[in-house]
Write a protein that binds this ligand. Structure first.
Ligand code: NDP
Length: 320
């Protein structure tokens, strides 16, 4: 770094711009913490990659993900949040609750009294061209978000972990039939979840089955071509919805060896709060939640993080 370069100091730095980051910003700005949000490479987060959002309270007619995130951003800015396009590339957190340092885009250094991490998680995809083509038009990585659109229809879900099992049983309540595509001859999910799947009559499990191609009419999904990896037999299933539930990757690479995380990389926060193992560093949204992963729960923990940051600063300033 150029010695003459002035380092900007903030009371509250928020990394990430999904529902958690923007909600934290709304609360922090209203508490006069003058927050700065660095958006990351996907401003607005995962919701900008979906179409309709029907389950966020306050939008009785539903709203598209990108428009909703523009609303979040506008609300945060209305109270003075500064939203900047930029990606945190290095962090140096002070273990004793001193000043934290974050490098943006490898070039700009910012210091902050409090840092709120809202970097989210990224859904894993199969990597098929047809999956990308129909994403949002029959292909989804969130059954709870999009299952409703397939009410009474036949759908498929790929995956065999707890998420896939949970989402398959969720879809089975709404849909006529759920084809569950399991690549091995067994599940990875817990016994209780497997039991639930096996006891749901309208879930048909296809073991040793891999997805070859998602079929469509150019507009929406009409089927899926699958292959049995034991017999090599190919088959087409007539479906209108294709759900991918093969796991998520929390965006925590940057914090490895610095913040406590579980074996899959989710940040660990203290019970019932958003505090991490470093004083003044808080985590909210999907980056610390592998169970609910909803916009509304992310927003809820974003609010918690900002309130906790405010209290942390107040206690520090009063010398507690
Ligand atoms: P997991 O990593 O546990 O499971 C991913 C599943 O997707 C595996 O069955 C895997 O198959 C399959 N898969 C991966 N890649 C492919 C592919 N390319 N093609 C086909 N299948 C593929 O992820 P989850 O999201 O299910 O769970 C993550 C964590 O969250 C777990 O610890 C889980 O227990 C927890 N969780 C807990 C819940 C609860 O308690 N209610 C709910 C949801 C999640 P294979 O088995 O062959 O590797």
């Amino acid at each position: 770094m150029n010695a003459e370069q002035e380092i900007e100091h903030l009371k509250c730095l928020i990394i990430g711009s999904g529902p958690a980051g923007y909600t934290a910003a709304i609360y922090a700005a209203r508490a006069d913490l003058k927050p700065v949000v660095y958006t990351g490479i996907v401003p607005g987060g995962q919701l900008t990659q979906t179409t309709e959002v029907d389950n966020f309270p306050g939008y009785p007619q539903g709203i598209t993900g990108p428009v909703m995130m523009e609303d979040f951003r506008a609300q945060a800015e209305r109270f003075g949040t500064e939203v900047r396009f930029g990606y945190a590339t290095k962090v140096d957190f002070s273990k004793d609750g001193g000043i934290h340092t974050v490098v943006i885009d490898g070039t700009k250094t910012v210091t902050a009294d409090t840092v709120i991490i809202a970097t989210g998680a990224t859904a894993k995809w199969l990597g098929l061209e047809s999956e990308e083509k129909y994403n949002g038009f029959g292909v989804s990585a969130c059954a709870v978000c999009d299952g409703f659109f397939f009410k009474g229809q036949d759908v498929a879900i790929v995956g065999a972990g707890d998420t896939a099992a949970e989402e398959a049983t969720y879809l089975a309540k709404l849909c006529n039939k759920v084809h569950m595509l399991v690549r091995r001859d067994e599940f990875r999910a817990s016994k209780a979840m497997i039991h639930r799947v096996l006891n749901t009559p309208n879930i048909e499990i296809h073991y040793n089955t891999e997805t070859q191609e998602i079929l469509g009419d150019g507009q929406v999904v009409t089927g899926v071509r699958v292959k049995n990896n034991k017999t090599q037999e190919e088959n087409v299933l007539d479906i209108t919805g294709f759900f991918v539930a093969i796991g998520h990757t929390p965006n925590t690479e940057l914090f490895k060896g610095i913040l406590d995380m579980d074996e899959t990389g989710y940040l660990i926060t203290k019970p019932n709060v958003t505090a991490t193992n470093i004083p003044g560093v808080f985590a909210c949204g999907d980056v610390q939640d592998n169970v609910y992963r909803q916009a509304v729960t992310a927003a809820g923990t974003g609010c918690m993080a900002a309130l906790e940051a405010e209290r942390y600063l107040a206690a520090k300033e009063s010398g507690e």
